[in-house]
Design a protein. Structure first.
Length: 376
């Protein structure tokens, strides 16, 4: 009996040592809850920056799309018997209906001055059954609604905002269009024939960054940029990187962050508009990347290594690649990560478990959450 007790005591001591030196949070990670992983808490070396979760709350049903420049309102998509665009006031926590339609909205952004919302709407021709997309603008008071794209255009789902309230989008005519809610339009023809999937706009540089299908391989996408010349309506594109699946721009620093695929792993890279090559800041398995509003850090989602699940955890890292910090455990995230413009707050949507809902709707049901964090 004494020998058994001694063995139990030794095992308990070893387990206690492991928990103390590695940190409980490194061993036991709860699913679907935020978690902070701390590196070497028992080390004598100075601790790197640490992150703490201040709050983690459910905001509203729906999939988050965008936030106003003031940070006071969100755009949410909810699907039921109709397709709804709702707005959510982050201060009063009130949800309001903005658009209720039988047509499905695919994406939405507040305009530059928060006076209205641009949204891409799916169209189905009643005669031919062909599917297309148009862009619409509605003012925030819902008094005026205008179709921005032309009837002959089939526009892409992922568009961007210019610095003067105009929307920047691509269409099936190999054109990039800048249009405002008053009907003013500037049309640029892209040289070579690109199948453009997403665009963004760096205002200071008058630079359009876009993701397009690789002309030599339709199964992968490349990242390009093209500069607007006031004396020409033609755009010549230059390759930034091939085999890219996510990107974001930062107007303050004229930078582009993106995820580049490379065999069994991926890299997060940052390209400066004045640099010849992009710099690598992280290696792993990634979903999406976004700059924080001040451009000092990058928010990214990451899949768990050697896992067959589609869940992703949310991380934050300095733009120089230092101090990677984990914000959440793996979650079924199905939206972009939306950063509050001046607070350490994130909004994102998580797919609801089909076991917990009763619905005959064929769309993915989502729940939007707000996460407030602090970096010490």
């Amino acid at each position: 009996m004494k020998i058994i007790n001694n063995k139990l005591l030794i095992c308990f001591f070893i387990l206690l040592t492991l928990l103390t030196t590695s940190g409980c949070q490194n061993l036991f990670i709860p699913m679907n809850m935020p978690v902070v992983l701390r590196n070497n808490p028992a080390s004598n070396e100075p601790l790197p920056p640490q992150i703490s979760i201040q709050s983690y709350t459910m905001v509203s049903p729906g999939m988050v799309q965008d936030i106003t420049n003031s940070g006071n309102n969100l755009i949410l998509f909810t699907y039921g018997t109709t397709h709804n665009i709702d707005t959510y006031n982050t201060e009063t926590m009130q949800l309001s209906s903005f658009v209720n339609s039988d047509k499905r909205a695919l994406s939405a952004l507040y305009d530059t001055f928060d006076t209205g919302i641009y949204y891409a709407e799916k169209l189905i021709d009643p005669i031919t059954g062909s599917i297309g997309t148009q862009i619409i603008w509605s003012d925030v008071n819902k008094n005026t609604t205008r179709v921005i794209s032309q009837p002959e255009e089939n526009v892409i789902q992922h568009f961007a905002m210019g610095d003067s309230g105009q929307v920047v989008y691509a269409n099936n005519n190999n054109q990039i269009v800048m249009a405002d809610s008053e009907g003013n339009r500037q049309i640029y023809k892209v040289l070579n024939n690109y199948n453009i999937l997403a665009v963004d706009f760096i205002n200071k540089e008058k630079l359009i960054v876009f993701l397009a299908t690789d002309p030599q391989n339709e199964e992968r996408t490349n990242l390009y940029y093209t500069k607007i010349n006031d004396n020409s309506s033609e755009l010549s594109a230059t390759l930034i990187a091939d085999n890219v699946n996510s990107f974001d721009i930062n107007d303050l620093n004229n930078q582009v962050v993106f995820v580049k695929n490379g065999g069994d792993s991926q890299t997060i890279r940052i390209w400066d508009t004045n640099a010849a090559n992009a710099s690598i800041i992280a290696n792993g398995s990634y979903g999406s990347v976004h700059f924080t509003p001040n451009g000092e850090r990058v928010i990214f989602t990451q899949t768990t290594p050697n896992s067959d699940t589609q869940s992703r955890s949310i991380w934050i890292i300095d733009v120089n690649g230092k101090n990677p910090l984990q914000l959440t455990a793996p979650l079924g995230i199905n939206s972009e990560i939306i950063c509050h413009p001046y607070k350490s707050v994130l909004f994102f949507s998580v797919e609801k478990s089909s076991n917990s809902i009763n619905s005959t709707d064929d769309h993915t049901l989502s729940q939007t959450y707000q996460l407030t964090y602090r970096i010490d």
